[in-house]
Design a binder for this molecule. Sequence first.
Ligand code: F3S
Length: 112
Amino acid sequence: MTYVVTESCINCKHADCVEVCPAEAFHEGANFLVIHPEKCIDCEMCVSACPVDAIFFEANVPLEQKEFVALNAHYATLWPVILHKKPAMPDAEYWHGRSDRRQLLDPVPASA
Ligand code: F3S
């Protein structure tokens, strides 16, 4: 099992989760973070660190967001590791609480 980043992270990317992860399991895309399922040690530290409650235990991912289990596994193999917190995205406040963001997930890796 693993923890999974879901829709609420898209266009927010607060990155507080990164600072508490002891496993260097987060990978960064242009507007979203994912957790590498083979690095995650199920410590749960990231769940309470995320200010928008975007992270769920794999078995508890809401039904309508199950797709994110595969998306995390997929992009974790393509995007670079992120080890330190960065500022949230400029429109993070605007996007807070908005749904239907799946189509906005940018497949491009974060730039260095
Ligand atoms: Fe995303 Fe929450 Fe981390 S918004 S970057 S999962 S702190």
